[in-house]
Design a protein. Sequence first.
Length: 425
Amino acid sequence: MQKHIVSAGSLVIVLFALISAPVPVYAESIQLIPTASDQNKSLGEYLSRVGNCMGCHTAKGGVSFSGGKKMYTSFGVFITPNITPDRKTGIGHWSKEDFWGALHRGESPDGRMLYPSFPYTEYTKVTRKDTDAIFDYLMSLEPVSKDNPSDKIFFPYNLKPLLYFWRKLYFKEGVFNPDNSKSKEWNRGAYLVQGLGHCSACHSSRNFLGASQEEKFIGKKMTGVSWYAPSLTSRLEAGSGELEINEITELLTSGITRNAVASGHMATVIRQSLQFVLPEDIRAIAIYLKSIGKENSDVASAESFPVLSKNIRSRLAQGGKLYTKYCEDCHQSSGRGIPGIYPSLAGSRSVTMASPLNTILSVMKGGFPPNTTGNPRPYGMPPFQQIFHDEEMALVVSYIRNAWGNHSSLVTEIDIERSRNGGRD
């Protein structure tokens, strides 16, 4: 059973090519100097990866950036648009000002208000220089003619006047404002995490209207109807305050360390985006994440866990037998796994955090860490949903959450059923 979204989280997109001036070419002994436009496109390509534009704007099996991907939320199903330079079905008729308006103000070129499923609430922090570079890159792509279906927004959220009031209450337009009391690296990391990376889109606490809770900027939430995005500030979840910078950067770029493995949506983000981010930017992100991880010092006291009854001990023993039969070969009898290959379950915050969803989905569906340059052939875990019935799955997950010194709530068959119904990839 694999460890889940542990540690820093959530930036959404990455680099296709490093930021560097194009290699000079020669024709008849005359050096052709790369134009500012060429350099801007290179920068835009990189920034589009940091923002994971392709990850959201590409349907499964579809052409990159042509849209059509379904985004499931509690407010409806949003379909990502075509952002290739096709003039009829894409954004080929847009200007730089139009693009800036979409990212910075959350408005379409015709003045329509955009729904925050497009994270303009975070993209508003991106500078005009960077949005112009991304636009130049997108305009350099091959146009793709593709009409995508319309969004299917539930009533009453499809009423535009409600969106107007939502924006008045919860949307604050404005480019990132550096904190002069912090280092240059910290500010760069904050800019990437809060802006293009839009980590808070997944890792923020949300109110009943879906608005991020500013007082807990990067908190926690259920990502749509799928994996649980843990808090990046809490020591009980994925806060990085106690980790070394190199541990954070290793997890963000390779998806695996001696003690942690990324899976679920975070593994996708690492594979598509973070593994390509420049080392200096990844370090800046790690510095920022470590700093916000120190802001929350919550710890669970051993005294807060009650003495287990005879019936509960019996159920955990049954789960232990299942673990021995199906899990021990990889994760070991000690629960420590094999460093860098099979993650440790003992002492794992992803296993013991309040929400058992990620552990349940990992046992149910299996999975692989991301395929990255640092871990090109990841060891995976097979799905057990065809082997365990719901009661057995509840028993083995409960055992994992309470063995080897772990202390967490027990899992029931109801939890398994809810996870199955809500665990949409």
